[in-house]
Design a protein around this ligand. Sequence first.
Ligand SMILES: *Cc1c(COP(=O)(O)O)cnc(C)c1O
Length: 724
Amino acid sequence: MQDIHPETPNHFSLPRRISRLGQLAYNLWWVWNPEGQMVFSQIDKPLWERLNHNPVAFLRKVDRPKLNAVTNDRYYLDFYDRVMRNFDQYVKADSTWFQHTYPDLVNKTMAYFSFEFGLHEAIPVYAGGLGVLSGDHLKEASDLGLPLVAVGFVYNQGYFSQRITEDGWQETRNLVLNFDEMPLIPMVKKDGSPAMITVDLPGRQVWARIWTLKVGRISLYLLDTNVDANSPADRQLTARLYSSDPEIRIPQEMLLGIGGVRALRALGYDPALWHMNEGHSAFLVLERALELVNQGMTFEQACSQVRTSNIFTTHTPVPAGNDQFPLWQMDKYFGQIWPQLGLTRDQFMDLGRQAQAWGDTFVMPILALKLSDQRNAVSELHGQVSRRMWRFLWPDRREEDVPITHITNSVHAGTWMARRLRMLFERYLGTDWLQRQDDPDLWAEVENIPDGELWAVRQHLKRKLLNFANERIRQSWLAGQVHPVQVVAGGVLLEPYSLTIGFARRFATYKRGNLVLRDIDRLMSIVNNPSMPVQIVFAGKSHPADEPGKLIIQQVYRAAKDAKAGGRLVFLEDYDMNVARYMVQGVDVWMNTPLRPNEASGTSGMKAAINGVLNFSVLDGWWQEGYNGENGWSIGNGVDFSDPNQQDDADAESLYDTLENSIVPLYYNGRTTEGFSSDWLARVKESLRTLGPQFTMRRMLKDYVTQLYLPALQSGGVKPVPEA
Ligand SMILES: *Cc1c(COP(=O)(O)O)cnc(C)c1O
């Protein structure tokens, strides 16, 4: 069936000398290689900013005279040639870590499934942390040369964009994405028509076409039901992320799991392992079993085969957070399928059944746990929580023997670390430092960076954040969309010499975005201390159906508008990867206040840490293992109260105490003539030294390879015999 290929993207009309920009635009390599962005932005910087750093849109819109101008610029052309050389060398991939380490396995295929991928702000098909983790996974898989392919959705309305009303209420707008202005390449058949797969839904077949995104050396395939062959309702199935309507969610998950397997088969792949990133794709285990049942195996035999090459990563620390469906709804969608698997209804439902107070549900993580031999949680603490949560599936085991291990999340350094800081690292740690990013000895060398230079970069990044906030709110003001007080809440009064704290995440109640407001008078006296002022920059969206979450945004926004805060509390609208980058790079302290143990891992604090920002967080998720007493600060002491109100009181008290007695004085006291505190920078270096090697992606991906992927690969995988 290998008659499917990527359609050659329409390569714009570019001057011949720089025509390969078209090719560069269609490979996300530029996302984590600053020179790959500069080769576009240098042509027309304002346009580049206005188009959200999107090279495909940029090349469609840039003026021909601007393009002609650079073809007469020797410096530009030298730069262009160098960038293209680096790109070619990277994509060629003739000496990657994986090739060196596992030469026997380079011909295997690893398949990675996720409901969302956060690769860049110009491709808004992610909602938050899970997507960004998947995106970072692909980028590092590319860097290491893993033979990996990935499957997900391109949601044609993307995730919503956020506006805040004058009264602090979140409004949501759904965009319609223009695929022609995204680096999406259609997969087509020999005759040029779109490559499609089908999935059976009650009373109908649904079609999905396949797009691809090139992520360095990796291909990500994205399904899309917006095709003529579908009914108007089915065309909308992949319009948005995380619908709360099961009549959309079940079909979506069938498309991802079942359709995803079919798409890989249609493209000619025969993966030797199948990694489910969270339970949304778990129906893939059924499709794989069905392939073998259709060849004559019993369901039992089929399962014992596919299990060895299935890998499941769980991200959910609370039972209510698990993706699940009422059985009556499963009847509707799977009534045709269990007979094909040779199962009765009960046998089928038992694959995912969990008793709930309101009746049994079919729980996607249970299906995935039962049909995967390799299972992991995403931090040490989350491992413990998961083993406790799922122990009932292994009733004869002790909790510590429940077969769910953990691999702590991490972040892709090339994507998240500021260019200025990368340049400083190149100077003091060596130009190959990214290749050694999981080596603790490398990070110990941050001691060699002169304090003054490190401080200058930190101040530069803070100014960039403030300029960004200013410019954004200026645009809204110009457009006449905001009330004057919103200009203050948007950050115009921020200034670069004040200790600046960042708090950005999804506004869900457990994240307690309002914890810092618990004693507002105490907060105001901290913020407005005339000799030691403090600023707090907030950002984050709430799921549109999450009313309590939206109320927390409103509470924060009202505090930011209040004249008492002096413009030192700020809310940046429309949190996305772009806002995240400015924030994790530009603040001094990254604050996180989840209610333990609800934060499975958290990753924004890691992005902050590798930029020389200090973490100040509840000992939940990754920070429980990252914090060593010297490399940041904790909120609370790791003791859990049963009464949430008491917990909030204790945590808020601890938060204020640490701010007043440790963080603020350390930042302001004992400053050198150059204007910084050496003790502060010593802590920054301790943070870089200890957290850098642990929480950048190379460590994580190598752990996945050695702990989970190799056992699956070595078990052989299963190759279904092609139909005659
Ligand atoms: C990193 C990131 C997240 C996840 O951050 P957490 O610390 O896990 O809350 C969410 N959204 C965006 C846009 C991000 O960049």
